[in-house]
Design a protein around this ligand. Structure first.
Ligand SMILES: C[S@@+](CC[C@H](N)C(=O)[O-])C[C@H]1O[C@@H](n2cnc3c(N)ncnc32)[C@H](O)[C@@H]1O
Length: 218
């Protein structure tokens, strides 16, 4: 399973490769994720799945009184993140098995994570996300925004594939999720790929059971 490879070696390899380009990583992250800020208020509990060392979480919550959880398979990233950002609650793990209580999270963010998840585990990831989120929670997905699903061999490891897909569709199949915002260019400075194969998109979904079904009188 890809998940085991990420837990064993590839999570650490990804993290350690990127330590050489921290300026670029931080700048790109800021451009890509700053659009989430308006959804994050004091008192919220936020979770980033595939958070690396928590640099996005730290940016997103730095002037908010939030509880912020981050999960990533890289032991190195989590160890460094705990040191760098002691206010974050970081843990080693994967998206399909979240070590968090039911209905405890107000906003979940997936930043370039779902494209690495084993296809056999995708449904489990949706179920886990749904389990840990409160009613009225937001789910944010930043990933490649393609019209046709595609897979590509991961250039750093032959047995791993990355999968481009509109992952919001997995949640939108359920009536309790609605699409409330989508952006392909969050700010003037951010990169926009005119080539649809490389285009990056963010979708923000809102979960609400109360209004999901119209009540039919008997
Ligand atoms: C491309 S990086 C993105 C990191 C960060 N979200 C960002 O945007 O800077 C993908 C991250 O997902 C993690 N990852 C890979 N497979 C995962 C899985 N099954 N569950 C959770 N995270 C995973 C990797 O370890 C890596 O840190």
């Amino acid at each position: 399973m890809q998940k085991d490879l990420f837990l064993k070696t590839e999570g650490n390899n990804y993290y350690n490769r990127n330590q050489q380009n921290l300026d670029v990583v931080n700048k790109t992250s800021d451009e890509l994720y700053s659009g989430y800020k308006k959804y994050i208020n004091d008192g919220m509990v936020i979770l980033e799945i595939g958070c690396s060392d928590g640099h996005n979480l730290s940016q997103l919550t730095k002037d908010r009184k939030c509880v912020a959880y981050g999960i990533d398979p890289s032991q190195d990233a989590i160890k460094d993140g705990k040191h760098r950002f002691p206010d974050l609650k970081l843990m080693v793990g994967t998206a399909d098995e979240l070590n968090l209580p039911d209905e405890s999270i107000d906003i979940v963010i997936f930043g370039f994570c779902l494209y690495l998840v084993d296809r056999k585990l995708l449904a489990k990831v949706v179920a886990e996300t749904d389990r840990v989120t409160k009613d009225n929670a937001y789910v944010g997905i930043t990933d490649f925004d393609v019209k046709i699903p595609r897979k590509r061999r991961y250039k750093h490891y032959e047995d791993i594939y990355s999968y481009k897909y509109d992952y919001s569709k997995l949640f939108l199949a359920y009536p309790q999720y609605s699409l409330i915002e989508k952006w392909n260019k969050p700010s003037k400075e951010s990169v926009f790929f005119s080539n649809i194969e490389e285009r990056i998109g963010t979708t923000v979904l809102y979960k609400n059971h109360k209004d999901a079904y119209l009540f039919e009188a008997d």
